[in-house]
Design a protein around this ligand. Structure first.
Ligand code: THG
Length: 268
């Protein structure tokens, strides 16, 4: 599983405050903590007003790169903030994200192609998020064709089927599983990622919901997630799920993680 640590997100209260106060320590601690827990990428979402976002993105990228060499996943809809961030990154990057909306196709996708980054593709268009997997696939096909036309390889594409809070409609997760199966069939070399914790917004016992969702997503073909890497139960579920779908030869990764103490839920 390609883990994208979710925590450096300005819409989370403590992080938003740290960005405004230029509190390096809090951001660097979050970065290190997520890297120690095995993150392959760190999501960087300033979540600030449009005019401040480029400066905030640059400050976040510089602050994080002072303490770790982990690739970053620049999470913004603002081309100015994205370009400012891309100019600072020293390691391979992911752009999060391109949707079927014209400003993102015109403003975000060309930057991903120019900097030859990995890129997340989201099935959203001017009508919002389509309700069915077939209508999500129509947008995904358009975006994959545009990205390939811009010179990106299928391996650089991270397709996100979209996870919507289960509290807003209990039919939503089934559409997500269905979309993943269709992505896997059409684009075997692409990655499939998701904003995992979205599913449990507004619900109690979020970790249990995130865990159940993750195991079903892995069975459907998910191979990456924007998630909380510091939740040990979630990490155990992730490794167990991959083992159960024959993605962990000789149960080696699960056993090693257990022996290293990384799954020990009684320690912090
Ligand atoms: N797709 C893509 N990018 C995305 C999203 C997506 N970026 C933003 C968001 N959705 C994913 N990031 C988060 C970050 C934090 C939380 C949810 C989504 C969140 N965190 C809880 C908290 O901060 O308290 C903890 C969650 C937990 O219980 O572990 O809610 O969909 N491409």
């Amino acid at each position: 599983m390609i883990v994208i640590g979710e925590k450096i997100n300005g819409t989370r209260k403590a992080v938003g405050n740290a960005i405004r106060a230029r509190d390096k320590q809090l951001i660097q601690d979050l970065a290190k903590h997520q890297v120690d827990a095995g993150s392959d990428f760190l999501d960087v979402n300033a979540g600030t007003p449009r005019d401040r976002e480029p400066d905030d993105m640059v400050w976040l990228v510089e602050t994080i790169q002072e303490v770790c060499e982990t690739p970053l996943c620049l999470d913004t809809a603002n081309p100015k903030a994205l370009l400012a961030g891309l100019k600072q990154v020293r390691f391979p990057t992911m752009v999060n994200s391109v949707t079927g909306e014209k400003p993102r196709i015109d403003g975000i996708l060309p930057l991903a192609c120019e900097f030859k980054t990995n890129v997340i593709l989201l099935p959203i268009d001017d009508g919002g998020i389509p309700k069915t997997s077939n209508s999500r696939m129509v947008i995904i096909e358009e975006l994959v064709n545009l990205a390939k036309g811009g010179g990106l390889l299928e391996e650089q594409l991270y397709i996100d089927p979209l996870a919507i809070a289960i509290s807003t409609g209990t039919e939503g997760a089934l559409v997500t599983f269905d979309t993943i199966r269709k992505i896997r069939e059409m684009y075997p070399k692409a990655h499939v990622t998701i904003g995992l914790s979205n599913i449990s917004f507004g619900m109690p016992l979020r970790s249990i919901i995130n865990q159940s969702f993750l195991s079903m997503l892995v069975l459907s073909g998910l191979d990456s997630a924007i998630m909380n890497p510091n939740d040990r139960l979630l990490k155990g579920t992730m490794l167990a799920s991959e083992m159960l779908v024959n993605k962990d030869r000789h149960c080696q990764t699960f056993s090693r993680a257990y022996r290293s103490g990384a799954l020990n839920i009684h320690e912090k």
